[in-house]
Design a protein around this ligand. Sequence first.
Ligand code: C2E
Ligand code: CA
Ligand code: CA
Ligand code: CA
Length: 274
Amino acid sequence: SKQNGRGQYSFFSSEMNERINARRRLAEDMRHSLAAGDFIVEYQPRFDTRARKIRSVEALVRWEHPERGRISPADFIPLAEQCGIITPLGEWVLRTACATAVNWEGVGVSVNVSPVQFHDPQFVEKVAACLQETGLPPHLLELEITEGVLLDDAARATETLEALKKLGLRLAMDDFGTGYSSLSYLRNFPFDVIKIDRSFVSDIATNQGARHIVQAILGLGRALGLSVTAEGVETNEQLTLLTADHCDEVQGFLLARPLRSSKIDELIVELSSQ
Ligand code: C2E
Ligand code: CA
Ligand code: CA
Ligand code: CA
């Protein structure tokens, strides 16, 4: 009945208001935390399977909320994208990562770029300024981009990607295999690296189909002259299979969790003295 409908409506709308208010508070907290230094960057090593050393590390942002403790990026990145904070936050991550990596001789750093940040008309200029101000050699910076950035305006995305390539950095297609038109994207955009999504990697030891898909992606990478990184390597069995299949780089909890920069310093020294 109508009455019921109205009752439900007002119930629903107050619940919705509550949710909107909670999100608004969280967005406010984010702004505050960015100024207060409550965000930190951790770095997860990517190992070169042939040279058996750290080729580069992936920068991953963490939020240490003053009252709620650590909040996962999976929970706050989408909100940061919706309220626009992702742009200053992403710039802070980029700058922090470049300024840190400049001390790791020859070890590169990769930084995740949100579609919102990518579509900032000044994005390329900002990346150029960051490289110049931190002194990081451009070939040591890699930007990890998901297929989402290529979806709405392919012509403009191409322009931006080409301009980024001109700066001398590397481009990785992140979460490869989870989207739906990745193949044409690889042909049409200037990527250097494919990162195979964890969902395939986690099944390779137990599922023939998953292994065949990974092998096909590795073949594709070879044919197109792209380096391939496997994400989310958690077991020795997975590592053995990926090495046997000539995967270029591996990343995952088996090898190293995301770590504070001081731990990366130690790890680099440790590995280079072996
Ligand atoms: P992603 O770019 O795919 O990053 C890899 C995620 O997998 C990270 O989660 C990492 O900690 C996790 N991981 C690495 N190895 C393993 C493993 O062996 N097993 C499992 N189960 N997980 C593994 P994290 O740090 O929670 O980040 C989640 C997502 O948040 C990232 O996924 C990325 O999309 C986003 N993100 C993180 N930092 C940033 C950032 O600075 N900017 C933007 N735009 N997005 C970010
Ligand atoms: Ca990534
Ligand atoms: Ca990924
Ligand atoms: Ca992901």
